[in-house]
Ligand binder design. Structure first.
Ligand code: IPM
Ligand code: MN
Length: 350
């Protein structure tokens, strides 16, 4: 019996999570496993009513679950930064989900903005460090509000934090068993403290993985190559900030936010899965948002809890829907409503 915590959250979060749960109900029947869900109302609505974001007792409760399934956090009426730090980042940090795993996979060349790229050309995974770096929130103002104001924002990198992330990436690359190439995405030519530590750790850990090609590229060059030669990549490991940026670019080359999913992973604890597109306020309540990113996130959840067959079935069904049915992956242009796309995935489950 799997206990799954569901946080539909804000904006279009509840609409897409609802479709993911529909797929979960169907796939659990087919693959014969049992689960129960509990829904938590963390998010903007509760915050606007009660000023509560996420309390320590909420975190304690979430620790009891096998996995967390999250829709989106963010609301136009709440100042940017509050819900993000006090809910999303707090979940990631306090549950020590130190890996943010973001697959970039093109399912249908028709939806790729790049010319002449085939599905086999865009198929890589970004392992984003998810607990440190610039996201640590270190820094300060000096002389705030004056003409002499200075703001610093520090990237915090520990050997331990960097090493566990890099080790995970090597292991993931080995298990994935494709090109067997791990690229470190950094900026050693300018950020000479943080990336020196990353680079030294990377090549030290690489010695334990002689079967994996250890490769390095600067983040600016990687951005260029995502567009020019995405087929060069297999697994990429990088820090929190660079990972955030390059995975939005990755989402675009795989067909857009409608299909991009991610997992916040604690390999020893509770992991959390989410579509990476955010709460999309302008599409909220219209039933036109693409639920496939949330459904792909559900697939990742199933994989991580050990329901590999079910995970594969979900991905195969998504691939069929993307190739046989949808006119576009973009909200409002799919040719189907949000619940209809969920139904199509259920229909194609085998
Ligand atoms: C993401 C998002 C978050 C991040 C925001 C909402 C805090 O952009 O999951 O990529 O920066 O990590
Ligand atoms: Mn982001």
């Amino acid at each position: 019996m799997y206990k799954i915590a569901v946080i539909p959250g804000d904006g279009t979060g509840p609409e897409v999570i609802c479709q993911g749960l529909k797929v979960l109900a169907a796939v659990s029947q087919k693959y014969n496993f049992k689960y129960e869900t509990k829904t938590f109302d963390f998010g903007a609505e509760r915050y606007l009513k009660t000023a509560k974001t996420l309390e320590d007792k909420d975190i304690q409760e979430l620790r009891q679950y096998c996995a967390i399934y999250l829709g989106a956090i963010g609301h136009p009426e709440v100042k940017p930064g509050i819900l993000e730090t006090e809910i999303l980042l707090k979940l990631r940090f306090s549950l020590d989900q130190y890996i943010n795993l973001r697959p970039v996979k093109l399912y249908n060349p028709k939806f790729c903005p790049l010319k002449d790229k085939r599905p086999q050309d865009i198929d890589f995974v970004v392992v984003r460090e998810n607990s440190e770096g610039l996201y640590k929130g270190m820094g300060e103002f000096q002389n705030k509000g004056t003409k002499d104001e200075v703001a610093t924002q520090i990237s915090y990198n520990t050997r331990r934090g960097v090493e566990r992330c890099i080790r995970y990436a090597f292991q993931y690359c080995r298990k994935r068993n494709r090109k067997k190439k791990l690229t470190l995405c950094g900026k050693t030519n300018v950020l000479t403290f943080a990336w020196d530590l990353w680079e030294r750790t990377f090549y030290a850990v690489a010695k334990d993985y002689p079967d994996i090609q250890a490769d390095y590229a600067h983040v600016d060059a990687i951005s260029m190559w995502f567009v020019k030669n995405p087929e060069w990549f297999d697994v990429i490991v990088t820090d929190n900030m660079f990972g955030d940026i390059i995975t939005d670019l990755g989402a675009m080359i795989q067909g857009g936010m409608g299909i991009a999913a991610g997992g916040n992973i604690n390999p020893e604890g509770v992991s959390m899965f989410e579509p990476i597109g955010g709460s999309a306020p302008k599409y909220t309540g219209k039933n036109i948002i693409n639920p496939l990113a949330a459904i792909c996130a559900l697939g990742m959840l199933l994989e991580v809890i050990g329901e590999t067959g079910a995970a594969q079935a979900v991905e195969s069904a998504v691939i069929k829907v993307v190739n046989k049915k949808l006119k576009s992956l973009a909200a409002g242009k799919m040719g189907y409503s949000t619940p209809e796309v969920g139904d199509l995935v259920v229909d194609y489950l085998t």
